[in-house]
Write a protein of this length. Structure first.
Length: 137
């Protein structure tokens, strides 16, 4: 056997997906991985976006960004609200996200997310990771 580093190709992605699906079937669960993206636009300009995926019983926010000149205008809050409204009633248990210390911990708390835990970075506290959850009931 050998182990080597590769670029994530379509062949490798198919292998991973197939093996995950077999394992999920063995354990009587369904992943139902579905990526999403919502954008905030002013005219024909994108000023903010939220993206991620739904899987198992969770909605996971991978990215949330608002252009600097449009921050503090409730655009991020509206993106979160849109996400919540869109997935409400579909049986998802919670919304998860992770942010670094220099990014948006206070923003997520203002949006009603609960801090689950912080993973401290031993060399730079700006890179501490904040893990948040918001239950959908």
């Amino acid at each position: 056997m050998r182990i080597r580093k590769l670029v994530l190709s379509s062949t490798v992605k198919k292998f991973i997906e197939a093996e995950h699906e077999k394992y999920e079937i063995e354990n009587d669960v369904q992943c139902n991985y579905v990526p999403f993206c919502f954008v905030a636009e002013i005219g024909d300009q994108i000023v903010g976006a939220i993206s991620g995926a739904t899987f198992f019983s969770e909605v996971y926010i991978d990215e949330l960004i608002v252009k600097k000149e449009y921050r503090n205008k409730k655009i991020g809050t509206q993106l979160i609200d849109t996400l919540e409204k869109f997935y409400k009633g579909y049986g998802f248990n919670n919304i998860n996200c992770c942010t670094n210390g220099f990014q948006a911990p206070k923003f997520y708390e203002k949006c009603g997310f609960e801090l689950e835990f912080v993973r401290n970075n031993r060399s730079d506290s700006k890179l501490d990771k904040y893990f948040y959850i918001k239950y959908m009931y």
